[in-house]
Design a protein around this ligand. Structure first.
Ligand SMILES: Nc1nc(=O)c2c([nH]1)NC[C@@H]1CN(c3ccc(C(=O)N[C@@H](CCC(=O)O)C(=O)O)cc3)CN21
Ligand SMILES: CC(C)C(=O)C(=O)O
Ligand SMILES: [Mg+2]
Length: 266
């Protein structure tokens, strides 16, 4: 399995880091076989596999359930698990308890948290000192969608951009092993990538990040209707799967399946 040291060296050697979300056994197995560098059990699972309209309904138990399946499918791949909405905001103690539960029960290699408030910088430090590596997440932080007012590009103004650069530096100082940059202008992502020694992983953050992450269902066009602008689909499973199900249904109706070939005899 690759480690944080490998990711650090990839940044230094300008070799891009590949990351993809995964929420279950088969997706994890296929991604590992395809040679992905890291998997993210994202709380986006609330939207793409549970059908919620945001990530705020996702629970610690949801994350553990899915992450365990991902680890069974990809035992040899670095797995990052999102801490879900409000599981790391009530108190330091409660945050550490949730982090321990997720980390111990899923065999994750790191946990991811959104934001860089003073409390979250402290949490990053405490988790790191306790032996739980932290991946940070800045820019569009979907757990705050109701505060931000939508899934929109962030830090377009100089003031908010400068704040993001400072936040990223503080996260690095407090031990974060990588920073996900979501939906920010490419120049800002370039600056952050140059100013940090830890890798940046972009999603809607342009070409200059040290790595890239996308949602599994987006690159496959699988169960999602509208794709964000930053996605490039690599196949269209919606059409493939619908076509296959239609063929199955018409075969059954037309009595073309099952045939003798699929039947048992005495
Ligand atoms: N399927 C899926 N893919 C994702 O990348 C994703 C999720 N779900 N759920 C959690 C968050 C939410 N994300 C999103 C969702 C939508 C946009 C979006 O539609 N953005 C607009 C740009 C808006 C603007 O103009 O600022 C776009 O057209 O891409 C962006 C990020 C990223 N994450
Ligand atoms: C989009 C990525 C970065 C994420 O946090 C998720 O999938 O939940
Ligand atoms: Mg997430």
């Amino acid at each position: 399995m690759l480690t944080r040291i490998d990711f650090q060296q990839m940044k230094e050697k300008k070799k891009k880091i590949t990351m993809l979300t995964s929420y279950d056994y088969p997706s994890a197995k296929l991604a590992e076989e395809a040679g992905i560098d890291m998997l993210l059990v994202g709380d986006s699972l609330g939207m793409v596999v549970l059908g919620y309209d945001s990530t705020v309904k996702v629970t610690v138990d949801d994350m553990i359930h899915h992450a365990k399946a991902v680890k069974r499918g990809a035992e040899n791949t670095f797995m990052v698990v999102d801490m879900p909405f409000m599981s790391y905001h009530i108190s330091l103690e409660e945050s550490l308890t949730h982090a321990r539960n997720i980390f111990q029960s899923t065999d994750a290699q790191a946990l991811k948290i959104e934001g860089a408030t003073t409390e979250l910088l402290n949490l990053t430090r405490r988790l790191t000192d306790s032996g739980i590596p932290v991946v940070a997440h800045l820019g569009l932080t979907p757990q705050s969608v109701n505060v931000l007012g939508g899934f929109k590009v962030q830090a377009r103004e100089k003031q908010t951009a400068d704040k993001l650069i400072e936040d990223a530096k503080q996260l690095e100082v407090n031990g974060a092993i990588a920073v996900v940059l979501e939906c920010v202008p490419l120049d800002l992502a370039k600056t952050v990538t140059e100013e940090l020694t830890i890798p940046t992983i972009g999603i809607g953050a342009g070409v200059h990040c040290d790595g890239q992450v996308l949602v599994y269902h987006d690159i496959l066009k699988y169960g999602v209707d509208r794709l964000p602008k930053f996605v490039k689909p690599y196949t269209d499973l919606n059409d493939t799967i619908k076509g296959a199900i239609e063929s199955y249904c018409s075969d059954v109706v037309d009595q073309l399946f099952p045939t003798e070939k699929q039947s048992f005899k005495n």
